[in-house]
Design a protein around this ligand. Sequence first.
Ligand code: C5P
Length: 221
Amino acid sequence: GLEQDLAGRHVVVSAGGTREPLDPVRFLGNRSSGKQGYALAATAVARGARVTLLSANVELPAPAGADVVRVSTALQLREAALKAAVDADVVVMAAAVADFRPAEYAGGKIKKVDGVDPAPVALVRNPDILAELSAQRQRGGQLVVGFAAETDDVLANGRAKLTRKGCDLLVVNEVGESRGFGLDTNAAVVLSADGTEVHIADGPKEDLADAVWDQVAARLP
Ligand code: C5P
């Protein structure tokens, strides 16, 4: 990425993981650190892009030169993504979005009562932001990129997910207890709707980010 091959382009990257509140002090969340999304934002800036970083609960320094929009829940991320995507050339959904949120939000802290079993937590589905952005492109020629973390049958599951989501590229990581989340390195396969399959060896998240931008840049109109 020495070339400014994203100059004049607006790219939107989501990073981190959503938190779905149960009450004012508790939430359902996930272990996403935001490192991969932040690396995507920083490398896109380095390649000349205007970058909007939709940051969900990330404790990392903001990448220099990116416009950071902070969100917390999946619904907030959806709003921010649809808005930012209106004039975007590329949207990369690297955030871990909760599939479900609590059906009800308790305005006060949920209390334990001696001798009383806790009430089950009812969940409702969150919208699939990636599928929505893919189905309703916010701009002609826009590229939509998703991420997927798979623990088994990585390629077959990734290919099925690419089709289901309707995105142009899907970056599939193999995750497990010692891979992916929270670490500084990542190995992945970038699958494309045009049928290509690019394997990226385990390495720094910046290298994976640059490899993703290479695939994006090659497909921009
Ligand atoms: O279905 P799965 O969660 O494995 O898909 C992961 C991809 O879909 C990621 O790019 C993630 O950002 C996106 N996603 C989304 N909205 C959801 C769930 C996932 O945009 N509700």
